[in-house]
Design a protein around this ligand. Sequence first.
Ligand SMILES: *Cc1c(COP(=O)(O)O)cnc(C)c1O
Length: 712
Amino acid sequence: MAGFENHLHERLRALAQNLWWTWHPEVISIFTDLDPHVWRQVEHNPMAFLNRVTPEVIEERASELVLESRINYAFRRLNEYIEQEKTWGFIHGGNLNSRPVAYYSAEFGLHESMPIYSGGLGILAGDHLKSASDLGVPLVGIGLLYQQGYFCQRLNSEGWQEEDYINLDTRDQPIQPVTDPGGNPVVVRVDTRTTPLLARIWKLLVGRVSLILLDTNVEGNSVEDRELTARLYGGDARLRMRQEILLGIGGSRALKALNIYPGVMHLNEGHSAFAILEEVRRVMEYEQIPLGRALRRVSLHTVFTTHTPVEAGHDRFPPDLVEENLGVFRERMGLSHDEFMALGRVNPNDRGEPFCMTVLALKGSRRANGVSAIHGHVSRMMWNGLWPGRRESEVPIGHITNGVHVLSWLAPQMYQLFQTWLGQDWPTRMVHPDVWEAVEDIDDGELWETHQSLKMRLIRFVRRRLLKQSARLGHEETVKLIDGILDPDVLTIGCARRFATYKRTDLILSQPERLAKLINDADRPIQIIFAGKAHPRDDAGKALMQRIARFSYESAHKLKVAFVEDYDYNVARHLVQGVDVWLNNPRRPLEACGTSGQKVVLNGGLNLSVLDGWWNEAYDGRNGFAIGHGGMHNDQQVQNRRDAEYLYQTLESEVVPLYYHRDSQGIPSAWVARMKHAMMSLGWRFIADRMVKDYAERFYLPAAEATSAETD
Ligand SMILES: *Cc1c(COP(=O)(O)O)cnc(C)c1O
């Protein structure tokens, strides 16, 4: 940080240029106070805000509103944060302090104003960077800059999803182009049998951590390749493969161009596994050693996280596509086509097998993990074929359960409550269970009031969104009723996820009369807020969403069921902070982890979930609700029917009665006890600080030691 920012608008720009602000609500409130209208117009983007409001206006408004001390304080806090020396990482990071972790991911979800993510995987990567920053774990992220993002979702009057694409203006992003000493953009290049791939490099600051983003929208690329990084998960297999070549091989070259020499490589999902090949190639060339030895060498400092038990989530590329795009690279490695393909095959001799990114990642890493205990188990089963002599339990894939970045997901009101009751230093000590024991002492009335005010905030947000949606769709009845839609005194269920069929978001619709009875009960009704996107080419997912959207349009449920379009970071933040209950009913065991329910816990909501992913190891009988007992059935219809039955039963006999049972002050004390128990038993465990520490201690440090041993 330069430190010469004397004017308030310069200090604001310095704040805007480091995504540290995204987890500091006191910085966000400066922008909302300066001009709430513009802030909303620019969709919570401080760079865009500062590019629209002139320095003169800012100085003037700041003095009118007496914002000077708040701006200066935030600016000072950011500088202190950056300069702090004795971080956890500094003390415990050993060799990482000279050679950082390179963390590769195809998406990073850091904030709604930076739309280079689609869902859970990206949000997890973003949370990983933020916690690495907070802990001071030396780490640099590598990803792609998608100038059109994922997509914006609109539903048409039939409830069918339509996709819109935005165009990011790089001037409105907190990114800096990386240039050489002569001021020219640094460009990396990967040759293919057709056109060479060129990419420029951008740098973004996330607290103490840097994120390197590659972008093919440069001169010298073919028209087609200029669009290569336009959209996330947008194209066919060829485009996908070229994106992954850029991420893995281009990413590794970008680090080298920046003189960053990582001691550990962490591949967040298989998309980036080609980075292994680039490192293997380098070792083979420099040290003149054969493939097998080079691969072992690279694997010593490589760790890999797999993220899904769903087959289609593992990229596989046919031989001709591999040859077209990596043939030049393969020749440089001195390998035959079959030798090369073998790196991505479970059975190296099976010439019919495509090249699988997960297989390459598993072959090229020292440690691999699933993202929950149950997912670790499923992954060992899935990939047993790679270790033919071993029993399933001996397959070297462990697990580190995902967690969420607390300060990004915790509502400011709840943060204040924690400051009062848990002690001012709780944020730096939150991985310790004893910190959370103090939740027990929080005044029930105060906790309930805070929760209710967050629920009201959510309801107002949903009404604003519904008003816009309904006006566009011509749903005049909804527009007229808008102020009566959703009631803060009614048990509010949130259900937002990607519309993939295995997530079964429509399970709750499977017995419509029973659901209608729950919704319309005169004394103890429920209301439901849905959100979620389907992949643009997933028609089955879109059909599932359509059933839900249409259900919400029906006049009988208009006041009690809402579908909020365009699920993103912002919608998620409102939902997880305001709901009473978070519903999750995927087909077991296909949910690798799930993290949205963890965000809900921090804010006082309760999970109602199938025993899958993280909930399978989190649920203790009193910290939320379970749907069923963890059963599975080969016949999907049977499993669906059973789980639906459990879902209705749990709602009718446990959730609803507990919620509506009030004490003399109108507080649902047994419910509040459950909220507290959820926070106390889960708050220290399912958070990103714990997760990053696990990765650091179990994966990064041993890998970094191997690196330093080989270079000493
Ligand atoms: C947290 C989050 C997710 C991941 O949640 P799941 O529980 O895995 O569905 C997806 N999308 C957004 C926008 C999120 O904030």
